[in-house]
Design a protein around this ligand. Structure first.
Ligand code: ACO
Length: 429
């Protein structure tokens, strides 16, 4: 951290604020003492330019299209590591050696069973309820089965067990939610399978017949989970952290993250992309009409899967995923007209002045839905898959808040309502 100073002048006074420099050279002004000294707060709707924390987990350079987990590039991790290694890296800070990885996989696999009563909770949901609503509820419910996790100041071993349980049970919860939406009997986890294999087995396997997950599908899902595993202080992660900062337990903090992820401007975009492409196909009126709609400021329609708060040149995950989409469809022998539409839309938008001027490029979700669809997941389940991938990041970021005992998150505001006024009794109003 450097000793540089930024000066803020206001009303004839100058205030010195320390400049904080990160390990990749990012700089920020630490204004935490500004209000005490000057009465001023900073105002930044949507936190577009606000650093809520220092963090040693994930680095993004949005201009250069760089995404690193703990210093390792997303391209290297997507190509050379598997999801369990990446989860270990995010949560523990270093890649595991062979022994540590074996131990980790066994531990996670051992904790995949969930309490039988979870089935009763799932059974209580209406048949057509959205899987993300079910997911948030059952994750929060885990806190009632593990009340010891409510004490977030326990020793490290106990906290590690809670984090392992959360990671392990997520595959079972997601698969059971899928089964619930299909009206099919739940499948139990098998410790002989790896994380992704187990998830696919419980999701697509049936009690009536042998099911062996296809290695092509395992690879594709593993890669997608890695690409989604963390993304520094995005909407859902910031939600997990702010909830965790009040010393709420891990399960409830993650459930809050699920709620934030659900929105169509965040994780819900992967579902929204396919819905949009389906509409374009059904409409049959050509692509230009939709591009024009997206550009029309009087029309709320936006091109789903385009644009990103941080990436302003390209989303490095979108590059990896576009290739993965081509590979998977090719290997599975699927030809999807929606993929062709996606490619046409991408080309048209990338050559359109509106999108060029605003640096709007396809984001990770532009292609993820196409892969999920090819693998047989229903559209409403796509955001659950995003949550499954994002889970190690949420856990790692919650752990960081807990380890560093960061102060409770509590932003300020500039009040714009009525000034103080006398109360008027109802008979006189
Ligand atoms: N289609 C059309 N115009 C867009 C789009 C889009 N998808 N995205 C941004 N714009 C325009 C805005 O209207 C605005 O135009 P203006 O300057 O003329 O007013 C300009 O580009 C800047 O947009 P902002 O909303 O300020 O960008 P912001 O960083 O706040 O939003 C966001 C980013 C929410 C992702 C936005 O681009 C969007 O809504 N995209 C579609 C939804 C989506 O794909 N979300 C997934 C994000 S990735 C993820 O969560 C994994």
């Amino acid at each position: 951290m450097s000793e540089e100073i930024a000066k803020i002048s206001y009303n004839g006074n100058t205030y010195d604020m320390p400049v904080v420099t990160g390990s990749e050279g990012e700089t920020g002004i630490n204004i935490s003492k500004l209000r005490g000294q000057s009465g001023l707060i900073t105002l930044d709707p949507g936190f577009k330019n606000t650093g809520s924390t220092t963090s040693s987990i994930t680095f993004i350079n949005g201009e250069a299209g760089v995404l690193n987990y703990r210093g390792y590039s997303i391209e290297d991790l997507a190509e050379k590591a598997d999801f369990m290694e990446v989860a270990y890296l995010l949560i523990n800070g270093e890649l595991p050696n062979a022994g540590q990885l074996d131990d980790w996989e066994k531990k996670v696999s051992y904790h995949t069973l969930v309490h039988e009563d979870i089935k009763k909770i799932l059974d209580a949901f209406p048949a057509k309820s959205h899987p993300m609503g079910q997911l948030g509820a059952v994750i929060n419910a885990l806190s009632t089965y593990y009340p010891e996790a409510l004490d977030t100041d326990r020793d490290q071993e106990a906290k590690d067990l809670t984090m392992t349980r959360m990671l392990a049970k997520m595959t079972t919860l997601c698969s059971w939610i899928y089964k619930n939406t299909q009206g099919h009997p739940y499948m139990y986890p098998q410790t002989k399978y790896g994380y992704v294999e187990n998830f696919l087995y419980m999701t697509f396997g049936h009690r009536t017949e042998e099911y062996v997950p296809d290695p092509v599908v395992i690879d594709a899902v593993d890669k997608l989970l890695i690409l989604h595993a963390d993304h520094e202080q995005n909407c859902s992660t910031s939600t997990v952290k702010i909830v965790g900062s009040s010393k709420a337990n891990l399960y409830s903090s993650i459930a809050a993250g699920v709620a934030a992820l659900w929105g169509p401007l965040h994780g819900g975009a992967n579902q929204a992309v396919i819905e949009m492409l389906e509409n374009i196909k059904k409409d049959g009126g050509g692509m230009q009409k939709w591009i024009d709609k997206a550009k029309d400021k009087s029309d709320p329609f936006r091109l789903m899967g385009f644009g990103h708060r941080v990436y302003k040149n390209f989303d490095p995950r979108a590059k990896v995923i576009k290739k993965a989409a081509d590979d998977v469809l090719d290997k599975l022998g699927i030809s999807d007209p929606v993929l062709e539409l996606a490619k046409e839309l991408e080309q048209k938008a990338l050559n359109d002045d509106y999108f060029i001027a605003r640096k709007l490029f396809p984001n990770v979700d532009f292609y993820s839905g196409i892969i999920y669809r090819a693998l047989g997941f229903p559209m409403e389940f796509f955001t659950v898959l995003f949550a499954l991938g994002r889970l190690p990041g949420w856990i790692a970021q919650w752990k960081e808040v807990n380890d560093l005992s960061l102060p409770i998150g509590r932003p300020r505001q500039i009040y714009t309502g009525p000034q103080s006024r006398p109360f008027v009794a109802v008979k006189d109003r």
